[in-house]
Design a protein around this ligand. Structure first.
Ligand code: ATR
Length: 252
């Protein structure tokens, strides 16, 4: 609350565009950081529909905003509304941060970096040389799978309900030294590979709703596995509950 008491003519404004946007936790996080650092900055959330993204980004730039985060559905669309895209963001298939400097829009992806950092902090695990099973091939799955390959994973396996969605990920990873395998997201297929992975990542949206289930039983997991869920609300998904009951290390 105290952040907003200091807004004045020289406040630097940043924010996030999404649709929907009302549930975002980003303003709370960023404004708390600005307050703690005693920065005269403010972070606001804007509902921007997909067809207006380009105009909204230009407008924000003209209004002197210095940066915008993008969330669903803009992360992927933004690739063609921006002047310059950092090569890693292009490979990961998504832009989640746009900086605006002298009217020039530059797109970055901080999700990949954030994922690697989270796995390091939560599991003390470095991706280099590891074998990773990614569940899901949407925006999040694409970004995580490709980032693991870029960071030197020995093997990346992507399992998805819709096999065709794995193709662009396979194409991107084929340009790296990482071994790649595509799988159907089903317990019997997972069973064949789980013994040869170090880290399992849920990048599907399954787990957001209370009774959601990926259908993976405790018999698939073991204490040597690390299981990471990109879903952080609810704090414990069925996947993490089941994996933890089998002795696996879990985090979200
Ligand atoms: P995000 O940007 O969060 O990754 P997304 O691009 O819509 O969102 O991707 C959602 C992911 O969850 C996909 O991998 C999707 O699988 P499909 O490609 O087969 O749609 C997966 N997903 C969603 N609902 C699912 C379900 N009921 N069972 C299995 N996978 C599901």
């Amino acid at each position: 609350v105290s952040t907003f008491m200091h807004i004045n003519g020289s406040t630097t404004i940043v924010g996030i565009f999404g649709a929907p946007i009302t549930h975002t936790a980003s303003p709370a996080m960023h404004n708390a950081a600005f307050a703690a650092l005693e920065m005269n900055w403010a972070y606001l959330a804007f509902h921007v529909d997909p067809q207006n993204l380009r105009t909204a980004l230009r407008g924000a730039s003209h209004m002197g905003l210095v940066g915008i985060n993008l969330t669903i559905p803009h992360k992927i669309l933004a690739l063609d509304g921006i002047d310059e895209i950092e090569p890693e963001a292009r490979k990961l298939g998504a832009v989640n941060t746009v900086s605006m400097e002298k009217g020039k829009l530059r797109g970055y992806n901080t999700d990949g970096y954030g994922f690697i950092k989270a796995v390091k902090e939560d599991f003390n695990l470095s991706i280099k040389g590891k074998r990773v099973l990614v569940l899901g091939a949407g925006g999040a799955g694409h970004g995580i799978a490709v980032k693991c390959a870029l960071d030197g994973a020995a093997k990346v396996i992507v399992a998805n309900r819709t096999l065709a969605r794995i193709e662009p990920i396979a194409r991107e990873i084929s340009g790296t030294k990482t071994e790649f395998l595509a799988l159907k997201l089903a317990a019997e297929d997972i069973r064949k590979v789980i013994h040869e992975v170090d880290l399992v990542v849920n990048a599907t949206s399954v787990g957001l709703e209370e009774h959601d289930s990926l259908g993976l039983g405790a018999d698939l997991f073991s204490p040597r596995l690390h299981v990471y869920d990109t879903i952080y609300r609810p704090a414990e998904t069925e996947l993490l509950r089941v994996a933890e009951s089998a002795g696996a290390k879990v985090a979200n």
